[in-house]
Design a protein around this ligand. Structure first.
Ligand code: TRP
Length: 332
């Protein structure tokens, strides 16, 4: 608890390539959290360098990620938005927690195994201890809830284990965090393979729509979306996964129910429906895109947000870190 509210923490990779799946499945809901919870959103640049980065691009994407989250509705007055490397407590706690994490535990992390296969020429120690830094991110703020996708579940489980172990060895120090799965969050599938999740790293360029895609690219991607040999717009996820996925997207962007959509496209073909989906998506993203452009043109403002965010985060982090230092026996 912080300021009488439960704490939500999420780390976001500095990548400007968020998809409408990220938008509809997560980010769009984040702004509603801030009424009920004390929310921290952190651009995790320390995590990013576990794989090689082009320095100028990393810097640009750090600004872009912050701007994109703000453009999607995260208000810096109501949420603490900050950059991980601006708050040294993350690296400090991470070192300490390294000494409470077992080599065997880290060896079992599936993301480490996947990433070391993918980056065989750069299996660095940071890639191995990545989950400890993530545990430090979460535990520093006495986080109650962590909105995470399935790919980060194992890391969250480890953070819970580390917290429990430390609490057990000394005395209660960390809140043991829970994962948060939004029951109403929409799952958006790939446009070219509707039984797979929409992923920003899909090699097929038509599979996913990025929040920052220009209008003509959005229309083109929807036009090429995989449907079926039928011609009826009807919601049937098992039988008609492609059409149903498009209906989910159309519903999310227009607020129309599945029944209304079925009626709207009765007697019309998939061509009309796909065009309407593309237009609804492009129309909904237009204000996000223009807000993003406005924010990116005002670096000084973004830097001010980062600075204020880092101050607020440091203040909250300091309390936990000094407790930890005292418990492990450092002279403070
Ligand atoms: N590892 C997360 C990812 O790749 C990002 C992340 C870093 C994170 N620290 C976090 C997510 C803390 C939740 C909480 O998506």
């Amino acid at each position: 608890m912080l300021d009488g509210k439960k704490v939500v923490f999420s780390g976001v990779q500095p990548s400007g390539n968020l998809t409408i799946g990220n938008y509809l499945g997560a980010i769009k809901n984040f702004s509603a959290f801030s009424e009920e919870y004390r929310c921290f959103y952190c651009v995790v640049d320390l995590h990013a360098i576990t794989v090689r980065q082009v320095p100028a691009e990393l810097r640009r994407r750090t600004y872009e990620t912050l701007a994109l989250y703000m453009a999607c509705g995260l208000d810096p007055e109501k949420n603490t938005l900050f950059v991980q490397s601006h708050v040294p407590a993350h690296a400090e706690l991470s070192w300490i927690l390294n000494c409470y994490t077992m080599f065997g535990e880290l060896s079992r992390m599936t993301q480490f195994k996947d990433k070391s296969a993918k980056h065989a020429d750069n299996i660095n120690a940071g890639l191995f201890t990545y989950p400890v830094l993530m545990a430090a991110d979460i535990l520093l703020y006495q986080t109650d809830l962590v909105p995470v996708g399935v790919d980060q579940r194992q890391h969250l489980e480890l953070a819970r284990d580390i917290a429990g172990r430390f609490n057990q060895a000394y005395s209660p120090t960390f809140v043991v965090p829970e994962g948060y799965m939004n029951p109403t969050a929409m799952k958006i599938a790939s446009l070219s393979n509707p039984t797979a999740k929409m992923s920003k790293s899909d090699p097929n360029p038509n599979a996913c729509v990025y929040i920052l895609d220009p209008r003509d690219a959005i229309l083109k991607k929807f036009k090429s979306a995989v449907t079926d040999s039928d011609t009826v717009v009807r919601y049937a996820p098992e039988e008609k996964p492609g059409v149903s996925n498009l209906m989910t997207i159309y519903r999310a962007f227009t607020g129309k129910s599945h029944e209304q959509i079925e009626r709207e496209f009765e007697g019309k073909g998939y061509g009309d429906f796909k065009l309407a989906c593309g237009e609804a998506c492009a129309d909904a993203l237009a204000p996000v895109q223009s807000e993003f452009a406005k924010l990116m043109a005002d670096k000084a403002y973004l830097e001010d947000v980062m600075k204020k965010g880092a101050e607020a985060a440091s203040y909250a982090a300091r309390k936990t870190l000094s407790k930890v230092k005292k418990k492990v026996g450092f002279v403070i």
